[in-house]
Design a protein around this ligand. Structure first.
Ligand code: NAG
Ligand code: NAG
Ligand code: NAG
Ligand code: NAG
Ligand code: NAG
Ligand code: NAG
Length: 275
């Protein structure tokens, strides 16, 4: 038994020296350090919350605690907490500072463009980050979103109100693509954001839903109410009045038929008991 444990310890230390050697021990989650007890060898170490593994070092993520620039992830600096340097922006989980669109990038220096942007030569001034094909820049150069029809892997890649269906950005159920494919326009009842969503013609975003403007009505698109209401009133009048006459005629016919048929029946019925 001891012999086996010793072999395991030996194997652990042969596999783990890079981890033991370069990770700041105080950055390690004490419950997830490389354990050897019970002769079980955990080959991976986890960084504490707020830190992320960069080349086997636990460095502070964006907004993480720091006292020196070197405590922070690459391309970030320490300013009471870690912040991305000018020209960079953090990814969604704060584990990387990525180059914004329009800013110079240097892949060999470990600089990556934001998601869905590529580091390419632009107008002879060196490599700059540019949104990929079919993608448009948003939020002060910090976001590249796929237009309708753009290749995607998840809904996050696509413009607002679009989903990633069969690897292409597609407007959601209650939305329709604008002619230029740059926006998904909300039909009546679609969820909307007053500052960013376009609703169909004659609709506006009210309390988070696309709704027809005053004087307009509709289930999907909006039409002028006056004409619509008049048609509706006429339809009701026609149905009510027409229905009334039809009912009256039917009633008269029924009454006439019943009265004409019942009399002979009653005569034969009343004739029987006398037998
Ligand atoms: C920050 O880190 C650098 C490089 O490791 C070191 O030279 C410097 O003294 C550190 N500054 C402080 C305030 O710890
Ligand atoms: C952080 O998010 C990126 C995608 O934006 C992902 O590739 C990476 O695995 C994530 N890292 C962690 C530690 O969750
Ligand atoms: C890119 O980064 C590498 C490594 O830091 C450096 O040697 C090179 O000069 C940089 N290129 C440009 C164009 O700045
Ligand atoms: C072209 O380079 C100039 C000068 O660096 C810059 O101001 C401009 O934004 C660049 N244009 C594009 C499309 O990147
Ligand atoms: C819009 O996207 C569709 C595919 O979804 C494509 O067929 C069409 O050519 C695109 N139109 C424009 C103006 O890009
Ligand atoms: C609406 O859009 C703006 C700008 O894109 C954004 O800042 C805001 O958080 C959005 N509001 C909601 C409720 O999604």
């Amino acid at each position: 038994m001891d012999y086996l444990i010793n072999i395991k310890i030996l194997v652990c230390f042969m596999i783990l020296p890079p981890l033991h050697g370069s990770i700041h021990q105080d950055f390690l989650d004490p419950t997830a350090t490389c354990k050897i007890e019970n002769a079980d060898c955990e080959t991976s170490c986890r960084c504490k919350d707020g830190f992320t593994n960069v080349n086997l070092k636990c460095l502070a993520k964006v907004r993480g605690v720091c006292s020196n620039d070197t405590d922070c992830i690459p391309n970030a600096e320490c300013s009471s907490s870690c912040i991305c340097k000018t020209g960079f922006t953090s990814n969604s989980n704060n584990t990387e500072c990525r180059v914004k669109v329009g800013v110079e990038c240097n892949i060999t220096a470990g600089q990556r463009c934001i998601k869905n942007a590529i580091c390419g030569v632009t107008n002879g001034t060196g490599d700059r980050c540019t949104c990929g094909e079919g993608y448009t820049m948003y939020r002060d150069n910090k976001l590249c979103s796929g237009n309708v029809g753009a290749t995607c892997t998840e809904a996050d890649d696509c413009i607002e109100h679009a989903d990633c269906k069969e690897k292409a950005c597609t407007c959601g159920t209650l939305y329709v693509s604008a002619a230029d494919n740059l926006t998904c326009i909300g039909y009546v009842d679609a969820h909307c954001n007053a500052s960013s969503t376009t609703c169909v013609t004659d609709a506006e975003c009210i309390s988070g839903r696309c709704s027809c403007k005053d004087g307009y009505y509709g289930d999907k698109t909006c039409a002028k109410k006056v004409a619509g209401l008049a048609i509706l009133i006429w339809a009701i009048v026609v149905i009510v009045v027409g229905g009334f006459f039809v009912a009256l005629v039917v009633l008269v016919v029924v009454i006439k038929c019943c009265c004409a048929r019942r009399r002979p029946e009653k005569l034969t019925e009343s004739a029987e008991p006398t037998k």
